[in-house]
Design a binder for this molecule. Structure first.
Ligand code: FEO
Ligand code: CA
Ligand code: CA
Ligand code: CA
Length: 582
């Protein structure tokens, strides 16, 4: 659909300069405050009910406190309220240098603490006198960790490739790991996306003859030896020589019902096994639900899943397991009528046993466990690291951040730069405005770059909507608000030198999808990335996450002084009580 004429009020704030100090900066007229940093207690009694501040907590305490490395996040309103809800967020990985007093895992309890600092938090929050606080001891408060039982559902559930010593049924996995971006469903559940799960799987035994990594383990990048996290030294399931199928139980999208603290999370295998970034949905006119997904690795692919069933508003029994049955597709981006004009056409290729290109796979389960290898055989287009997907709330146009790909050698129209250090955002319109369509038209919304320094490749100055005032690298987090503002978050090089001079710390920008104008709204502290975004229904409170401040050892955010740096949520409000972005 053709977007409506530009609304002069869509970007109403004054853009800000870069930041390089150890604090957050937000546009004039806005206030940013900190909520729920790593280690914050969710309960007032028992293990983990106080934050020591020196990393001395044990595994049991960490299991009842906020996890580390806040990432994807969603606000679920309670009774439609914009001042009380459930904040659900991912804890992607950990910073061992801060998680442990000696900076490393060297005991069973350390390994378990590390597992417990991963996963998801469900946190009941309420705004009182303008301040958002955690409702301690709420029955909704819940930690889901790297050890929480979850059900494997969908077309691969129960398959021999998912069976282990501990679970001969192949239907109950322990834990979720490397939960990066997120999604949510129109029926009120949270989707958490397992990304770089391979880093948890290694082996303590490198000398067993004949025990080499298979094609799947190589394609997903399992270690041939030990891992830095050392889980394999304390739990056999993380040693692929002892439990070769355990890693197959990761790399999925997991659905969580935040309103039912007793519910078992469900790994929805029909959506494919990749290094999932996030999940963004669109609803077709006939009610089928389409979920868009990126696989975040250099030269990996973009996917969509189309449900067989139809969403019916308010019909929980109908909607509950919609994500278990449907068709997975992988994308091909063609140059279109003109080469090298950063626009073209595309097609969605079905990943089913009926596709002759997948004749090597006997069952859908095998296609799903080997999603990357199957897509390799189909001629999908290798992209510049697909990160977050966002769907425009009115037009259903789809946007994806391609964060960077410094190793790219051969270029194409959608990935037009070799040694791509800045990244780009691609977008497409499905044929006929139908999210289930098998063809689309695409163009590049922005080619990130740096126009403030000399560039041998003119494309590295960025597209026309990149200026000395908004320059950035490595777009990653992405999302629309209800009015159609496109929010862009960065996870890039924060050195502020060389290719990245005058770009400062990682940041959040806001774009008008119609005019393509981009303004800088927020800047994070030292050595962080800015990731995850969600709004209250009135769009007057914005929650974002600051992940891994001080990953290089140079931050004390948010407390300052000599405090350990802590990943945390940042709450942003407009001082006049208005809608964020105006
Ligand atoms: Fe966890 Fe692709 O970022
Ligand atoms: Ca073209
Ligand atoms: Ca990310
Ligand atoms: Ca990233």
């Amino acid at each position: 659909p053709v977007p409506p004429a530009a609304d002069p009020d869509l970007l109403g704030f004054t853009g800000i300069a870069i930041g390089t100090d150890d604090s957050v900066h937000v546009a004039p007229g806005y206030t940013a405050s900190v909520l729920a940093p790593w280690g914050t207690p969710l309960f007032s009694t028992g293990a983990g009910s106080t934050w020591a501040g020196d990393a001395s907590e044990d595994a049991a305490a960490q299991a009842r406190q906020m996890g580390d490395n806040h990432d994807g996040i969603h606000y679920f309103a309670l009774a439609g309220r914009s001042d009380e809800g459930l904040l659900v967020m991912n804890h992607e990985y950990t910073n061992p240098q801060y998680l442990f007093t000696d900076g490393v895992v060297n005991s069973l309890d350390d390994a378990n603490k590390d597992l417990n600092a991963h996963g998801v938090s469900v946190v009941h929050i309420r705004r009182t006198a303008g301040v958002w606080n955690i409702v301690l001891d709420s029955t909704y408060n819940r930690r889901i960790t790297g050890d929480t039982p979850m059900q494997l559902t969908g077309a691969a559930a129960g398959h021999a490739l998912l069976q282990t010593t501990a679970d001969a049924t192949g239907t109950v996995a322990l834990g979720t790991l490397n939960n990066c971006g997120n999604g949510f469903t129109p029926w009120g559940t949270y989707l958490t996306c397992e990304e770089n799960f391979n880093q948890y799987f290694g082996t303590t035994n490198t000398a067993v003859p004949g025990m080499t990594r298979n094609a799947n383990q190589l394609r997903y990048g399992l270690s041939s030896a030990g891992t830095s996290r050392k889980y394999e030294q304390y739990h056999d399931r993380f040693d692929w020589q002892k439990e070769p199928n355990e890693a197959n139980r990761f790399g999925w999208i997991v659905e969580i019902d935040p309103f039912d603290p007793a519910s078992m999370p469900k790994k929805r295998t029909s959506l494919g096994r990749i290094k999932h970034e996030n999940a963004a949905y669109a609803i077709a006119a006939d009610g089928r639900v389409v979920v868009y997904m990126g696989d975040d690795q250099a030269n990996d692919y973009i996917y969509k899943f189309v449900t067989a069933g139809h969403y019916i508003e308010g019909d929980t029994a109908n909607n509950r397991d919609l994500l278990d049955t449907g068709t997975l597709y992988v994308a091909k981006f063609n140059a279109g009528a003109v080469a090298n004009d950063m626009m073209g056409t595309g097609e969605w290729m079905p990943m089913t046993t009926a596709n002759p290109a997948l004749a090597a796979y006997a069952t859908q389960a095998e296609i799903l466990v080997n999603t990357r290898l199957a897509a390799d055989a189909m001629g999908a287009t290798p992209m510049d690291r697909p990160e977050w997907v966002a769907v425009h709330p009115q037009t259903q146009e789809v946007y994806v951040t391609l964060t960077n790909n410094s190793g790219r050698s051969t270029t194409d129209d959608a990935n037009p730069r070799a040694a791509n250090v800045y990244g780009q955002i691609i977008r497409w319109r499905e044929t006929g405005g139908d999210p289930t369509a098998l063809t689309f038209e695409w163009d590049l919304f922005v080619l990130a770059g740096n126009p403030t320094i000399a560039q041998a490749n003119p494309l590295n100055k960025g597209s026309a909507n990149v200026t000395s005032d908004n320059t950035f690298n490595s777009p990653d987090g992405l999302g629309f608000d209800r009015d159609g503002r496109l929010w862009i978050q960065t996870d890039g090089n924060y050195s502020n030198t060389g290719n990245y001079a005058n770009q400062g710390n990682n940041q959040m920008l806001c774009a008008d999808p119609r005019t393509k104008e981009i303004r800088r709204f927020f800047v994070g502290p030292v050595e962080c990335e800015v990731t995850g975004l969600t709004f209250t229904p009135d769009s007057k409170t914005l929650f974002i996450n600051i992940q891994h401040p001080g990953e290089g050892g140079n931050s004390h955010w948010p407390e300052g002084g000599a405090a350990l740096p802590r990943s945390a949520t940042v709450v942003i409000t407009k001082d006049d009580g208005g809608v964020i972005g105006t």
